[in-house]
Design a protein around this ligand. Structure first.
Ligand code: GRF
Length: 199
């Protein structure tokens, strides 16, 4: 399967997905890394890894739906079958989500359904959680609410800062995301309502 990865920044999860694609037997290849931010550090990392890249600033297209239609065309032109969001800091229009339904995944830095949205690490510490982590899920129109494919948990330490906790979670993100994408690309996952079976 051919995957398009959407990023807005650092691109460390994108790098993990690209690295895993190079292993023998990986059921996906990275066809394109796209960013809405032209100088996203992740774009340079992808280029250095020999992966095709594209960027298009999200401003000045006459609204979210029109911008997303252009992104959709870029992904189709690259022959993408699947889309992986990796730190893509844009809400998606309903048409875009519908076009990729069941074929688009996201990684979120919390144990969903807790802590949707931003500042997840600080919120987990403030809430007194002893466990925190990351979730890979199918993308549906409602933010961070699609069927869960896989999760990984880490402990919250007494002296944790948001940055320290984020770094601990990120190690698990880089391990989990390639596994979840490979599972989706292999065709072995089954979606039953809100549940994903077969991971
Ligand atoms: C990660 O924490 C990811 O879970 C969240 O945004 C961050 C992206 O980091 N969705 P990176 O660009 O992959 O390094």
């Amino acid at each position: 399967k051919r995957v398009g990865i959407l990023i807005s920044g650092r691109g460390s999860n994108m790098s993990a997905l690209v690295a895993a694609a190079q292993a023998p037997g990986c059921p996906y290849e990275v066809a394109l890394v796209f960013s809405n931010v032209a100088d996203a550090p992740g774009l340079a990392i992808a280029e250095a890894a020999g992966v095709p890249t594209a960027s298009l600033d999200h401003r000045g297209h006459g609204g979210r739906a029109l911008f997303d239609a252009k992104v959709d065309a870029i992904l189709r032109d690259a022959g993408c079958d699947l889309v992986a969001l990796a730190g893509y800091m844009r809400l998606l229009s309903d048409d875009f989500v519908a076009a990729w339904e069941g074929r688009m995944i996201n990684i979120h830095p919390s144990l969903l359904p807790s802590f949707k949205g931003v500042d997840t690490h600080a919120r987990a510490i403030a809430a007194g959680c002893r466990l925190h982590g990351c979730t890979v899920h199918l993308v549906t129109p409602e933010l961070d609410s699609g069927p869960i494919i896989a999760q990984a948990a880490v402990p919250v330490m007494d002296d944790d800062t948001p940055d320290a906790l984020a770094a601990r979670v990120l190690v698990e993100e880089h391990r989990l995301y390639p596994q979840a994408l490979a599972a989706l690309a292999s065709g072995r996952l089954r979606v039953e309502g809100q549940r994903v079976l077969g991971f």
